[in-house]
Design a protein around this ligand. Structure first.
Ligand SMILES: NC(=O)c1ccc[n+]([C@@H]2O[C@H](COP(=O)([O-])OP(=O)(O)OC[C@H]3O[C@@H](n4cnc5c(N)ncnc54)[C@H](OP(=O)(O)O)[C@@H]3O)[C@@H](O)[C@H]2O)c1
Length: 360
């Protein structure tokens, strides 16, 4: 590992981009050396470009306030020369994002992406660091396809599943057969606040475009395996979801029903959650929660407002585990959608890939 890695943020003015800034400006391994966004922002100072869109609790950090924002598409070579790798979270058309991320990778600049565009590219790993860190082993095959020495793309999964996939993963040893999950998703997941989306006050919207498909399909790639230079998706469990937008600023909640081949006891499940730890905990990565899954015995928990910031917003909280009449069990879980579910999860993935040597 190097002493310090220079990083760029593509989409720095957006909701996820702002989170990246708050997580990275004081990071022990990383230093922000480039910011980029659309041509609308390019050439302005970061403070001018982000303006009233700044939605974080803390002020814009001094080290980026006067940094000149670059053009994400027009300045690729310049940005690639100024950084060791980039984080990417942009609001563009899917095929444009695909091309943009490949252009960075081909400029020998690794891309840690929050976008969905490459999630189903077979040699692009989609990593939840505690669950499938081994999927990083696909990177040499991807580099071969792209013709690069350093450049590659690694992606995060959708924020909707960041609470229930971690809760289900340590139970896979009991043969999870069927999952039904209804998610109650915060408005920051759409890059919005109550000021910018007043229609959400006192309201629920029963549709989030594309979200149910992502919530059902992406877990199967995460639980897949590498074979012949590609990630082969798992065929089980069968997952059905409904994704609903609710008037919460941050924190996606999921109500989950699950059935097993070998039904565990309530105590078995709680023990599996309490003991669950992965590579981030073993390697003591800077953004790894000490305890990934926190179980609450109180029937009123987890609550978005009380529990989303657990372990800096990087832990998953679970409660209300009980038997069900149609499935074996049901429970409720919660994760912070722009921290664990977006920028924080991407920073943890970068830390994992740094520790594994892929960003040298
Ligand atoms: N919010 C979440 O919880 C969440 C979770 C997981 C994944 N994501 C994904 O992360 C991405 C960004 O989400 P967000 O919520 O941060 O969106 P957002 O707040 O709308 O921000 C979008 C960003 O993209 C930039 N952008 C727009 N058009 C561009 C162009 N033509 N070229 C370059 N940059 C352009 C914007 O720059 P300007 O300011 O210059 O327009 C801004 O920096 C999306 O793909 C989203 O699906 C979001």
């Amino acid at each position: 590992m190097k002493q310090e890695y220079k990083v760029g943020i593509i989409g720095a003015t957006g909701m996820v981009g702002q989170r990246f800034i708050t997580l990275l400006y004081n990071h022990p391994w990383y230093k922000i050396t480039a910011l980029a966004a659309s041509p609308r922002s390019a050439g302005k100072t970061y403070a001018d470009a982000v303006g009233a869109k700044w939605a974080m609790d803390e002020d814009i950090p001094e080290c980026v306030r006067d940094m000149i924002v670059m053009d994400a598409s027009g300045d690729i070579e310049k940005i690639a020369a100024a950084v060791d790798f980039v984080f990417c979270a942009v609001d563009m058309k899917k095929d444009e994002i695909k091309a943009l991320e490949e252009a960075y990778a081909k400029a020998e600049c690794p891309v840690i992406s929050n976008n969905s565009a490459h999630r189903h590219t077979p040699d692009v790993p989609m990593i939840i660091p505690e669950i499938n860190d081994a999927h990083a082993d696909i990177i040499p095959a991807q580099r071969k396809r792209l013709g690069t020495k350093r450049g590659f793309i690694a992606v995060k999964s959708n924020c909707s599943l960041q609470s229930y996939v971690p809760a289900l993963h340590p139970l896979m040893k009991y043969g999870v057969t069927k999952v039904l999950a209804t998610t109650y998703q915060a408005i920051s997941g759409a890059g919005k606040t109550f000021e910018t989306w007043p229609e959400m006050v006192d309201n629920i919207i029963p549709f989030i475009g594309g979200e149910e498909e992502k919530s059902e399909i992406e877990p199967l790639k995460i639980w897949g395996h590498i074979d012949g230079g590609r990630i082969v998706e798992a065929t089980e469990p069968s997952i059905t979801t409904q994704c609903i937008r609710v008037p919460v600023s941050n924190g996606h909640t999921a109500a989950v029903f699950v059935s097993f081949e070998k039904k565990p006891s309530v105590d078995d499940i709680k023990k599996a959650w309490a003991e669950f730890a992965g590579e981030p905990q073993r390697l003591e990565l800077p953004h790894a929660p000490k305890q990934f899954i926190h179980y609450f015995e109180d029937d009123n928990r987890p609550q978005a407002k009380l529990d989303r910031m657990l372990e800096g917003g990087m832990a998953v909280s679970v409660g209300r585990l009980r038997p069900d009449t149609q499935y074996d069990y049901k429970f409720v879980c919660l994760s912070h959608n722009t921290l664990r579910g977006a920028a924080g999860g991407a920073v943890l993935m970068a830390e994992l890939l740094t520790a594994k040597g892929y960003l040298d």
